[in-house]
Ligand binder design. Sequence first.
Ligand code: GLY
Length: 395
Amino acid sequence: MKTYKQIVEENKAWLEETFAKIDKKLSAVTLRSRDKLVDGVGPDGVTHKSTPPRNWTSGFWGGMNVLMYEHTGNEDYLLTAKRSEELLDAALGDFEGLYHDVGFMWHILSGALYRITGDEKSKNRNLFAAASLMSRFVLGGNFIRAWNTARPEGEVANWTIIDCMMNLPILYWASDLIGDDRFKRVAMAHADNAIRCHIRADGSVAHIVEHDRETGDVYKFIAKNQGLNADSSWSRGQSWALYGFVLSYIHTGEKRYLDASKRVANYFIANVCDDWLPRVDFRAPAEPVYYDSTAGMCAACGLIELAKNLPEDEGGYYANAAINLLRALSEKFGDFNPDTDVMISHGTVRYPIPGVIAYEKAGVHIPIIYGEYYFVEAVLKLLGSEFNPWMSKKK
Ligand code: GLY
C-alpha cells in the first residue's frame, strides 16, 4: 500500500490545477454573493440564493471564504466572511431559535476567523454559540439534545442525531480558549454516548436516536428524516460520524474516537459504489439512483484526517479513498466556470419515499453549499494546508 505522502505526490498536478480552478471561480463568485448566506440556487437554476440566518447551513458560505482567505490572502474573501458573520448575528440574538447546529454555523466562520485575525468580536460570537450548545446537555442521559421541543407531545426533546459529532469541535475550542475543561467533558460525554447508541457493530450509523432521559440508553431509533428508514444507512450521516469522530480524536487523543472513525470509514469504503459517487443511502435499492455529493466531500475530509493520524502503513488506504471521492465527484458534478455561481451539484437533502416524502420536497440532486465547502477543505488539506477550521489552534 502506498503512503499518504506518495498518494498526495502522485495527485499533486491534479490538486494544483483543481485549486487554481476553484480560486478563479470563487474569486468572482465571492463578489457577486457577498450579501447572501448562500445555500443553493434561486428559480433560474444558476444564481445563488440566500438561506435564513437560523438555518444550520448558514455558516458554510462564510466558512468557505475563510478557508480561501487563509490560503490565498485575497481580502475579497475576508470581506465576504465578515459580512456572513454580521448577517448571522440575527440568529445569535434569537436564543429560542437556536439548536445544536451552532458548531456548523459559527465555529468554521467566527471560530476560524478569530484564530486568523484575532478579532475579539469573532471570539465572542463563537463563545456565545459554544455556551448555548453546552446548555443543551442532558444531565443523567449524558447527551446533547438536538432540537427544541417543537411538537405538542414533546417528542423531539430527548433526540440526538449523528450530525452533532460535527458540532463538538466548538466545545473543545472553548475549553482550550478559556482553560476550563467543562466544555470538553460535555463533548466527550456526548461522543461516548454516540459510540454506544448510534454506531452499529458493522460500522454503519443510525441517524436519529430517542434516548432514555436518565440513562441515555436507546429508547428507540427514529424512522423519519433523511435516510430510507431507521435501519438503513444514510450516507451523509456516515460522513458526519466518520469526520466527527476523528476530530474528537485529534482534540482529545482518545483512541476510542479514532477507532470509531475508522470503523465507520471502513464501512463507508466497502459500501460506496465502484464509481465512488455516494448514493443517498447505502441500503437503498439500486434503482432509482439518487446521488449525494455532500456525503462524499465530507467523508473525504474525514478520510484525509484518518490518513494523517494513522501509522504510515495504514494511512494510504484512506488517502486513496479520499482522492477517489474527490476526483469522481468533481469530475462528474463540478462546474468551474466563473460566470456561474454553483461549483458542485448533485447534493441531496433527503431520500424521497413515495407516500412519505415527495420527490419534489426531498431536495434531490441540487447544489448544496456544504458540498462545496468540504470539497475546498479537502483539496486544501491535500495541498498541505495545516489550517483546520474544526480545530482550536491557528496551525
Ligand atoms: N444536518 C442535517 C443534514 O445533514 O442534512
